[in-house]
Design a protein around this ligand. Structure first.
Ligand code: FES
Ligand SMILES: [Fe+2]
Length: 447
């Protein structure tokens, strides 16, 4: 084992030096991270407490439960949760666990319900979490406290721009403070790429047999694109010539950047190299037909605006630990299942105020990179998982690109900017991992 360097945390907004913890030695100031972060089930279990139970975690988009009494079942970390919209419009995150003997209460993925009744002994709960009915109640003595048997619920639920987050840590910082300077990209995505009638729809889910952090890293990694996705790039250029999709990145001589915002959040900003997302977007079925239909109905400026709402629009914003907003309003959510198994859920946005052609093209673009690109990445994640698991003699993974160069700078908002292929954001996220894992947090639920 190499000698552990003295700690020299990367300066980042909102982060302060913490007392030493057993996790400090696993993330080193030279940009290397210990392989056990990806392979050790005990570390994974602690992540479910300290990270998925200790900070803000993305739950859903408000438009997924638009009506009173709508609900959706999700897993937050590994905890089954029912997110409800109550009759008065509030959003609650309830533990999907009967308070009698522990049965999972709701097995539907989503729906509309005022009450949830347990399949085992029939206890029934309101969608605010209150225990309403105890069956054959005469069997309970005077000491039985009905209110103490309400469903467990998240002590904190807040939303920003329609994205709803919850935390089991009652002392977590306010959501806006946690998002920090990363709000700029959320605001841009909402105003430039959507219409007031935007609503989120489920697209697809993919499973890969590797650690969830590999997906989180990868979404902030432009370095891999020309190599991992070579076949996609080659196919595009052979069929359609230059200037489409991935060939705007061939190294760092571009105005594109990566950023680290603090609190684990990072981004890739391709916007400076993509003046027109529509012109840059890969060909998809129906592209010319839909574009012609829009051009026949709208003036050139409005047509251009609609077309630029359709494709991937050049941002990857990763809000730690489980959300990436990938442009054009589409987003993915990472669901950790085990130390070596992850589900990625993909969502698209339908614009009810836009012409049907815009929504058809948005669907084609979501299918496109999900179909061709994600499987390349998943293959890499599984190769990494295999090698890290089977070669314990090689302990460290390297995330040092950009470190110690003059390529990184700190802006007025505290965000650190690096060249687009640098590992600036990924390294920052591991600094936050170390901070979260070192905290003495006690996740809890309200009843
Ligand atoms: S476990 Fe739910 S009512 Fe008994
Ligand atoms: Fe990729």
């Amino acid at each position: 084992m190499s000698v552990v360097q003295p700690l020299r945390p990367m300066p980042a907004p909102g982060e302060h030096s913490m007392p030493q913890s057993p996790y400090d030695a696993l993330v080193r100031p030279d940009g290397s991270v210990h392989r056990t972060l990806f392979t050790d089930p005990a570390i994974f279990d602690q992540e479910m407490v300290k990270i998925f139970g200790g900070t803000w975690v993305f739950l859903l988009h408000e438009t997924e439960i638009p009506l009173a009494n709508d609900f959706k079942c999700i897993n937050v970390g590994r905890r089954p949760v029912i997110v409800t919209r109550t009759a008065d419009g509030d959003i609650r995150a309830l533990m999907n666990r009967c308070t009698h003997r522990g049965t999972t209460l709701c097995m539907e993925s989503h729906g509309n319900a005022k009450r949830f009744q347990c399949a085992y002994h029939g206890w029934a709960f309101s969608n605010t979490g209150e225990l309403q009915t105890v069956t054959f109640a005469e069997g309970y003595g005077p000491a039985f406290d009905k209110a103490a048997h309400n469903l467990g619920r998240f002590p904190r639920v807040e939303s920003y721009g329609g994205y709803v987050f919850g935390s089991l840590n009652p002392d977590v910082e306010p959501l806006s403070q946690w998002i920090g300077p990363a709000h700029e990209m959320i605001d841009w995505s909402r105003t430039a790429l959507t219409t007031p009638g935007a609503r989120v729809v489920r697209s697809s889910s993919m499973v890969f047999n590797a650690n969830w952090k590999l997906q989180n890293d990868n979404n902030g990694d432009m370095y891999h694109v020309p190599f991992t996705h070579r076949s996609v790039a080659q196919m595009t250029s052979e069929r359609h010539g230059a200037g489409k999709a991935l060939d705007h990145f061939r190294g760092d001589n571009t105005p594109m950047t990566v950023k680290y915002y603090g609190h684990g959040h990072k981004s890739i900003d391709q916007r400076p190299s993509i003046p027109s997302p529509w012109a840059r977007a890969r060909p998809v079925p129906g592209r010319e037909t839909y574009a012609a239909a829009l051009a026949a109905r709208f003036d050139p400026e409005q047509t251009e605006r609609f077309l630029n709402m359709t494709g991937r629009a050049g941002i990857n914003l990763i809000l730690y630990p489980n959300l990436i907003i990938a442009g054009a309003g589409s987003f993915n959510v990472y669901e950790p299942v085990a130390v070596d198994k992850t589900i990625v859920h993909s969502y698209g946005v339908v614009l009810d105020d836009a012409p049907a052609e815009v929504n058809a093209l948005k669907s084609r673009f979501i299918e496109d990179f999900t179909g061709f690109g994600y499987r390349d990445d998943n293959e890499i994640f599984e190769r990494i998982q295999h090698s890290l698991s089977t070669i314990p003699e090689m302990e460290w993974v390297d995330f040092s690109k950009g470190l110690g160069t003059s390529r990184e700078s700190v802006g007025a908002d505290g965000a650190i900017t690096g060249a687009v292929s640098d590992e600036t954001g990924i390294r920052g996220a591991y600094t936050y991992w170390r901070e979260l894992m070192g905290r003495d947090v006690h996740p809890r639920v309200l009843v």
